[in-house]
Design a protein. Structure first.
Length: 183
């Protein structure tokens, strides 16, 4: 049985649990987290960032970071949960949600709320922002330089320091605006 083949991982986990008992779940999580392929979040030293803030990188947190990266951008909590469960069936939904909140608080992950949905992505080295079309759903990146001047103006005029690394602005994209004008 090829241990690197994700197709067999649930059977491997079940076999090891039957053979060695439930106490092996933590060891399995650590093994899975250690053998996960390199992801885009590997550019940053997340363990060091967490350690300097007084936290540790648990195997569950590592699996969740990997699952977010596998989404190549914005990914839903359900997608994250499915990816984590595919690698480690012992991780429950509450653990995923608690850790997503925790990773957002640490600003290692950012969340976008769009209507009734929330999407997650790995935080970048610099703040980044999005323009999201309400009509077609396309997402465009918006450079921080444009937003930084707005934040500075708000601070100057309102004496309010904006503390945000990720901003989503909703509206109509160029294509949908053109379509709407011709209707």
């Amino acid at each position: 049985m090829n241990i690197e083949n994700a197709e067999y991982e649930p059977q491997i986990h079940a076999y090891i649990r039957l053979t060695l008992g439930r106490n092996m779940d933590i060891i399995l999580l650590q093994l899975i987290a250690i053998t996960s392929p390199c992801m885009s979040h590997d550019r940053f030293d997340y363990p060091a960032l967490m350690h300097e803030r007084g936290y540790r990188v648990t195997p569950q947190r590592q699996l969740i970071l990997d699952a977010i990266c596998e989404g190549d951008g914005h990914t839903t909590p359900d997608d994250i949960y499915r990816r984590v469960r595919a690698r480690s069936p012992t991780v429950n939904r509450a653990t995923v949600y608690r850790n997503l909140d925790f990773l957002c608080e640490l600003r290692l992950v950012v969340a976008i709320r769009w209507g009734d949905h929330t999407y997650y992505e790995i935080a970048g080295e610099t703040p980044h922002h999005h323009l999201i079309c309400r009509s077609c759903g396309c997402v465009e990146s918006l450079g921080h330089d444009l937003v930084k001047s707005l934040f500075a103006k708000i601070e100057r005029e309102q004496q309010f320091a904006v503390d945000m690394d990720h901003l989503a602005l909703f509206g109509l994209c160029r294509r949908c605006r053109a379509t709407k004008k011709t209707d």
